[in-house]
Design a protein around this ligand. Structure first.
Ligand SMILES: C[S@@+](CC[C@H](N)C(=O)[O-])C[C@H]1O[C@@H](n2cnc3c(N)ncnc32)[C@H](O)[C@@H]1O
Length: 257
């Protein structure tokens, strides 16, 4: 069994007292109202808790693809949000990251794959995270008796067909509380070579040919059906992925109140 990892205030305190205090990268942490913490140390601690070398390698790759800058964008979009739903949470790496960094957050992750959910819950247990839980649920039939301040979906939507994607977006709008936000990190369709590389990788990982990529225009049209405000932030990145983030606020149902 992997060693239990301490990610609590002791670690933050050590960082505060340590030489990392004036590290540039840490300034972003301060902007999001958290004690400074070394991202690399935090990510390494999360990677360590997965027993399987294959899963550990996958988690490491995911933290490279969704790097510190993207994590900071997600954190800024979620700023002030306490109850967070993550649809398609996979092995729970970003759930563990958010729950460790923001102890005041209550994080609820769900994914279709029961094996991934088991590993995610075990990871949270080993990291002593009482504010993160993971559940097996199909995003296509998501029914939850709860409201969330923030909903995130990281690289889920291009795995869902167009109808499922459209109905999930409608469900998300209904699951948000007042002032809630939907934050989507997905891939867009330009530049073409980056999309082609992403498709190849998706085919290898899912062992299926079908991906349902949407471009920015299509996302905006679908999201505008449910939200008053939709913003998109394409991410220029040296890695071969056409990353994009969408931030959606004020569902029409709440705006009408
Ligand atoms: C590319 S992975 C991303 C996982 C995680 N968000 C991350 O960034 O590491 C896509 C995830 O979507 C999940 N998924 C695919 N179809 C789903 C569905 N219908 N309902 C819930 N999860 C689904 C897969 O099991 C997988 O874990």
């Amino acid at each position: 069994m992997a060693e239990e990892v301490e990610l609590n205030s002791n670690l933050f305190q050590k960082q505060l007292n340590g030489k990392h205090m004036f590290d540039d990268k840490l300034m972003l942490n301060m902007l999001v109202d958290t004690p400074p913490v070394s991202h690399n140390r935090l990510l390494a601690n999360i990677i360590k808790v997965y027993d399987s070398p294959i899963v550990r390698a996958y988690v490491k790759v995911r933290f490279t693809i969704i790097d510190t800058n993207i994590l900071n964008i997600l954190a800024l979009c979620l700023r002030g949000k306490r109850k967070i739903l993550d649809v398609g949470c996979g092995f729970g790496l970003f759930g563990c990251y958010l729950a460790a960094l923001y102890p005041e957050v209550s994080y609820f992750g769900c994914d279709l794959d029961p094996g991934r959910i088991d590993l995610a819950n075990e990871a949270a247990r080993r990291l002593n995270l009482n504010n993160a839980s993971f559940h097996c649920k199909d995003a296509g039939q998501l029914s939850l008796n709860d409201r969330f301040d923030g909903i995130i979906m990281i690289d889920l939507l291009h795995h869902l067909n167009d109808d499922t994607k459209a109905s999930l977006l409608a469900t998300c709008a209904k699951l948000l509380s007042d002032n809630g936000r939907l934050i989507i990190k997905d891939v867009t369709m330009r530049p073409f070579l980056k999309l082609a590389f992403t498709w190849l990788l998706d085919v290898l990982v899912t062992r299926g040919l079908d991906m349902w990529y949407w471009d920015e225009k299509r996302f905006h049209k679908a999201l505008a059906k449910h939200f008053m405000e939709v913003h998109s932030f394409p991410i220029t990145h040296w890695l071969p992925y056409p990353h994009i983030t969408y931030l959606c606020e004020t569902p029409h149902s709440l705006a009408d109140k």
